[in-house]
Write a protein that binds this ligand. Structure first.
Ligand code: SAM
Length: 250
């Protein structure tokens, strides 16, 4: 599904390939629909997944400045981060579970790609110095149940002194009654307040429901405790967005 989104966004951006057309003629913007389990619906303009660095939010640029050594870009999407690193001469591998996203990355010129989960890739014997979780991909920690296994998979791939650079969003500044009620309901069910239950929709397609974590830096610190990583820094210059840097213990 995500592969269709970025493939169509690429076709609209380049004029090459099948793009969704208005009246069979004019390219339409590609919009990914995010549906939450309380019925809340939001929309993401897919062109952002292809954006060049001059259109990125400032925290993405600061994330790249923190990169060192061999990089694994986790949930690489359409490869915007991997391409920027490649152009700086940084050795980077893009990893994604979406075969369509991997294909779009290949077409756009990302040289080193892996179609796998982090758990699968952790068994392949590769080592990295930096793990990137950008574009809100701190969400891939999902919640209390999944986070330990996810972080442990990264620890198995970590070279000496490795770091994780993850972009998250602190959800708790809001006074929107829909969001406040969702956080409360989640906690009542033993979940983290911002443990979103989502599915993505595009045209006639829909993913299965999955958990995606939006958590505060304090909640992140609790999730990371005992994982082999520690929170070394939180850059919240662009609050509520933040960049968390985790470093390997020992
Ligand atoms: C919100 S997009 C972010 C893309 C990219 N990081 C960016 O900033 O443009 C999320 C990406 O993560 C991928 N993804 C979702 N779950 C994943 C998982 N468990 N392991 C690896 N990639 C995953 C999706 O296929 C999608 O490409």
């Amino acid at each position: 599904m995500f592969g269709d989104v970025v493939r169509d966004a690429l076709a609209v951006a380049t004029g090459v390939g099948r793009a969704p057309l208005a009246g069979g003629r004019l390219p339409r913007p590609v919009i990914e629909i995010v549906e939450r389990d309380d019925g809340l619906v939001s929309a993401v303009m897919a062109e952002g997944y292809l954006a060049e660095p001059d259109r990125w939010p400032a925290h993405d640029l600061r994330a790249l400045d923190r990169v060192r050594g061999r990089v694994l870009d986790i949930g690489t999407g359409a490869g915007r981060i991997a391409l920027a690193l490649q152009s700086r001469g940084v050795p980077v591998t893009g990893l994604d579970i979406s075969p369509g996203a991997i294909e779009v990355c290949r077409v756009r010129g990302v040289r080193d790609l892996v179609h796998a989960t982090v758990d699968q890739h952790a068994g392949a014997g590769h080592r990295y110095d930096t793990f990137l979780l950008l574009g809100n991909n701190l969400g891939l920690l999902e919640g209390r149940e999944r986070a330990p296994a996810f972080l442990s998979a990264l620890a198995r791939m970590a070279g000496p002194g490795a770091r994780v650079i993850a972009q998250g969003t602190d959800p708790y500044g809001t006074t929107d009654p829909i969001q406040v009620a969702y956080h409360k309901d989640n906690r009542g069910r033993g979940r983290l307040g911002g443990q979103l239950r989502l599915r993505l929709r595009y045209r006639e397609l829909a993913t299965d429901w999955f958990d995606y974590l939006v958590c505060s830096p304090e909640e992140l610190a609790q999730l990371v405790a005992g994982s082999g990583w520690r929170v070394a820094d939180i850059d919240n210059t662009d609050a509520p967005y933040y960049l968390a840097t985790l470093t390997a213990i020992g």
